[in-house]
Design a protein around this ligand. Structure first.
Ligand SMILES: NC(=[NH2+])NCCC[C@H](N)C(=O)O
Length: 415
């Protein structure tokens, strides 16, 4: 059922079968002008807890990327791949179409904006797609549109996408297929069309097959954990819905990407918006986990059965996971020792580590106690600063979309 990746040459085809296999290629987004759109009036709606210092956030992000490059990880930056995708004229016109919302702008302004954007070069269009456009910035001569006249100069004609920073959520590779997320929060929905352009038109990706319909029920990548080749855990809570988990499971079974899917209910809270805010893998048999949910977390187990999906459980998550993974026990390292420290470090993404290889993780340096506990358990922790990056409530895992990892590959068999 499992085959080893045979060659030793660096792999170039996208493929991810686990959370911890040696990371080869990753997609990050260096925060840019879209973060400068955040104000105390809109930060809640745009899902940030404050107004970040953008230069510092960029410096922290550059340092994060350097840690990855220092471990031989190829770092792709979203702005670059988007611009390259937009070199294709079909991508360019699709980009213009998705940027302009006629319901918001009215037909007159929408038409004018579309004609203007179709003359903008790929780099300029990539900027508009990520940072949005205010009414004041609209370069169109049509001053007479009622919509334009009645909107405040600083209102957004095209909304910015500050949460593109969290590339984990907008797409996820499962084996050799990419699932483009259907994001649930209005502030993030347009991210789907940006990722769609990249994967449809970038020369490196356009041959890749999709795993899930981008316009299906909500599923976000932060909820999807590849516990082992062929075993997925999908958090169901504030973002991913039961219907989203069910349809991703169906797609994964139909495409032969998994033999078991665990649907894991999590509290519908900002603090636990995704499964990866309370649990991430740090080794092939170990997770870092928020102790307050360690004993109460459960999972439904889904398996393919003829043309349908058989559901069993719920059972305790740690048991169901170990069973599905075919191991005796999943080791758990707690976030912090006392409940208050644990709560603080969970909030600051202490659970949200990015594994670069089995037993090697990137973590925010501020979660000192959690990191010490990881080190004590034999995990190598590569600390990064995240005082500004963290204001969007996301850590190293949220800020990364692995595209190639080494390791065992799942292949479905007909037995
Ligand atoms: N995988 C994650 N935990 N992502 C964190 C996303 C944070 C982002 N501000 C949001 O609310 O959507």
């Amino acid at each position: 059922m499992y085959t080893d990746s045979a060659s030793t040459a660096p792999p170039t085809k996208p493929r991810v079968d686990s959370e911890v296999g040696k990371l080869r290629t990753v997609l990050l987004h260096r925060p840019g002008a879209e973060l400068k759109r955040l104000t105390p009036r809109n930060n809640d709606k745009l899902l940030f807890d404050g107004v970040p210092w953008v230069d510092r956030a960029q410096a922290e992000h550059d340092a994060f990327a350097e840690v990855l490059r220092g471990r031989d990880v190829e770092v792709l930056l979203l702005a670059d791949v988007l611009r390259e995708a937009l070199d294709d004229s079909r991508a360019h016109s699709a980009g213009v179409t998705t940027a302009v919302d006629e319901r918001k702008l009215g037909t007159q302004l929408a038409d004018a904006l579309r004609s203007y954007l179709s003359t903008v070069d790929p780099a300029g269009l990539a900027d508009v797609l990520t940072a949005g456009l205010t009414f004041e910035e609209l370069p169109v001569a049509e001053g007479a549109s009622l919509v334009r006249r009645m909107h405040h100069a600083h209102d957004f004609a095209i909304d910015p996408l500050p949460n593109l920073l969290f590339t984990r959520d907008s797409s996820a590779w499962i084996a050799d297929r990419v699932a483009i997320a259907s994001l649930s929060m209005p502030a993030r929905r347009r991210e789907t069309s940006v990722l769609d352009l990249i994967y449809a038109y970038h020369p490196r990706f356009r041959a890749s097959a999709r795993a899930y319909g981008a316009h299906s029920a909500p599923v976000e990548g932060g909820d999807v954990l590849l516990l082992a080749p062929g075993v997925l855990a999908i958090g169901v809570g504030e973002r991913t819905t039961p219907a989203g988990a069910e349809s991703l499971a169906r797609s994964a079974f139909a495409e032969g990407l998994a033999h078991t899917v665990l649907a894991v209910p999590i509290a519908q809270d900002r603090a636990t918006m995704h499964l990866d805010t309370v649990c991430t893998m740090v080794d092939s048999d170990a997770v870092v986990m928020y102790p307050a949910i360690r004993d109460s977390l459960t999972a439904f187990t889904l398996r393919p059965q003829d043309d349908t999906v058989a559901v069993s459980g719920p059972a305790p998550f740690l048991e169901a996971a170990a069973n599905a993974m075919g191991i005796d026990r999943l080791r758990v390292i707690d976030t912090g020792l006392d409940p208050v420290t644990a709560e603080r470090e969970q909030w600051d993404d202490g659970n949200n580590t990015l594994a670069l290889a089995p037993g090697v993780v990137v973590a925010y340096e501020r979660n000192a106690e959690t990191n010490a506990r990881l080190a004590h358990a034999g995990i190598e922790v590569l600390p990064i600063a995240g005082s500004e990056l963290g204001s969007g409530r996301g850590g190293p895992r949220c800020m990364s979309c692995p595209i190639i990892r080494d390791g065992d590959q799942f292949t479905a068999t007909s037995d």
